[in-house]
Design a protein around this ligand. Sequence first.
Ligand code: BJW
Length: 270
Amino acid sequence: LRPRASRSTELFHDHLSTSRRLLVLIGAGLSAASGLPTFRGQGGLWRKHDAKQLSTPAAFEDDPALVWTFYLERIRAAKDAKPNAGHLALVELAEKREGCLTISMNIDGLSERARHAASQIHFLHGSLFDVKCNKCDLLLRDAEADTALQPLLVQPPESPLQQSNIPHCPKCHVGLLRPGVVWFTEPIPSGMLRSIHAWIEADPVIDTMLVVGTSAEVYPATAYIEGARKRGARVAAVNIEQEDPALLGLEEQDWYFQGDAAELVPQLLE
Ligand code: BJW
């Protein structure tokens, strides 16, 4: 059996007080306390469908109305949700430290609404509030995306969406509009990957990696944990479940804090 990671908040605070460069990875568990369901485990089932199966280009090809129904429900839920104390503590951390970068797998807009500095966070899997074409390179953001989403959002949530309700791409006129997120088998935008890589490679070397509310099963996000460890960083994970050594591979010099991220992250960063 692997050695168990430390549970000591005090030792983590000591380490943080001398830390010079810190990488943070956040996943769905951070937004759980804001009422948004996670992908795996409890909350991983949407109606009778596996949320992971719906997050694929194949599912959209097969049944775009079903996939849009899933995303529209999440757009409405994310609009109603509020950033929690975990999001706010990470914003404060970024404000206090120049040497801090957050990589978010979340698409719910809560870090943006908590005013996380855009230069200190990358949204690896896109945004619920962006819209793309499934055939060409069209990507709509902000007001343009809002306008494109309107015909879908005006559909009553309780009545089933039809394929004929889904707008065609205004650019190529062939494709259908789809959520502006990164599905399984799709590449993360290369410019974002390059920018993260450059930050990681820069000096001083990363000495701390904070991993919050993720099952750490999805690449390439998960590979950043191993990358930071190879550079000598100590890893601190926050998760509501008991430690699974097979997933994070935490070692004696690392930390594992079991509980709700919305409670623990502010305590760890105070
Ligand atoms: C709490 C809590 C509380 C709950 N407090 N904690 C290398 C090896 C093997 C496979 C691959 C590989 N490279 C690429 C792949 C394939 C694939 C992949 O990783 N597959 C794995 C499943 C094996 N990756 C990709 O396809 C990526 N693309 C890519 O790499 O392109 C190049 C390439 C492709 C193919 C082959 C090789 C190279 C793209 C991945 C995109 C993932 N997209 C999704 C959907 C986004 C849109 C949407 O949200 O709808 O992203 S899938 C889904 O999983 C979503 C999430 O961001 C992502 C991660 O989930 P997360 O955040 O970890 O959530 P959960 O639910 O899994 O976990 C929540 C955790 O919180 C749990 O641990 C709870 O216990 C905890 N928790 N309440 C604290 N209150």
